[in-house]
Ligand binder design. Sequence first.
Ligand SMILES: [Zn+2]
Length: 275
Amino acid sequence: MRILISADMEGATGVTCTADVVPQTEQWQRFRRMLTADVNACVAGLFDGGATDVLVNEAHSAQRNALLEDLDPRARMLTGRHKPLSMMQGVDSGVDGVVFLGYHTGAGAEGVLAHTYLENSITEVRLDGVAASEGRLNAALAAEHGVPVLLVTGDDLTCADAGGYAPRAGRVAVKECVSRYAAVCKPPAVTGPEIAAAARAAMTHAGRGHGDAAAHTVEVDFDATHLAAAAALVPTVELAAPRTVRYTAESMTAAMAAFKVVTAIAAGAIDGIYG
Ligand SMILES: [Zn+2]
């Protein structure tokens, strides 16, 4: 039983503000340890539940956050960026389940540090007409490869969101959202055992099924017109409204590749504090 952990950071234990997740800050150095503790708790639970191999794919920012020197020695870690499947690199390698660890709600939604790919500038992403968080997008990609989502961790609203796209997945709320930048947080001494127990239990749902590739339509709303105009220069992407682009891709894999390009082009068009 081979399991992939997609490890983001905004939904890690204790994380509530920008400095907690922005590389090179003092707070980030502190929360790298908290993230690694969440990862290790998950790894321990997965092995207890029958996993024989666990790959941790770093999914936040420059994708160099967790501390390899502190990682459970039974796991391996994929560190660094420029990966074709990004947050989900490894989902196509025959794994039997995926965990979304440290996830968060989507752009425009309530939730601690809610966003979708870009920290701001995007106000909503829709997948086939439904508002989509990174979790929903990544779950659709996993489904295309026949890989079940076993467990989602993050704030309470992230867990509620997961109920909509992966109803069979276990959920651990490591904090209760109070605002975009505030949460009632459980300490790692509490979240660790909760994550481990949920990971262990989630292994009963592990096992790869048949994946089916189907066409998907993605819409992205931006907070300014020039960002949509820039994104609409990408082949197959059309301007659907002054601040909205839309495209249809033949598979979720292709849709996520295009989404990566759309967000990269839009990020490049952000112009100082006016966005
Ligand atoms: Zn994220």
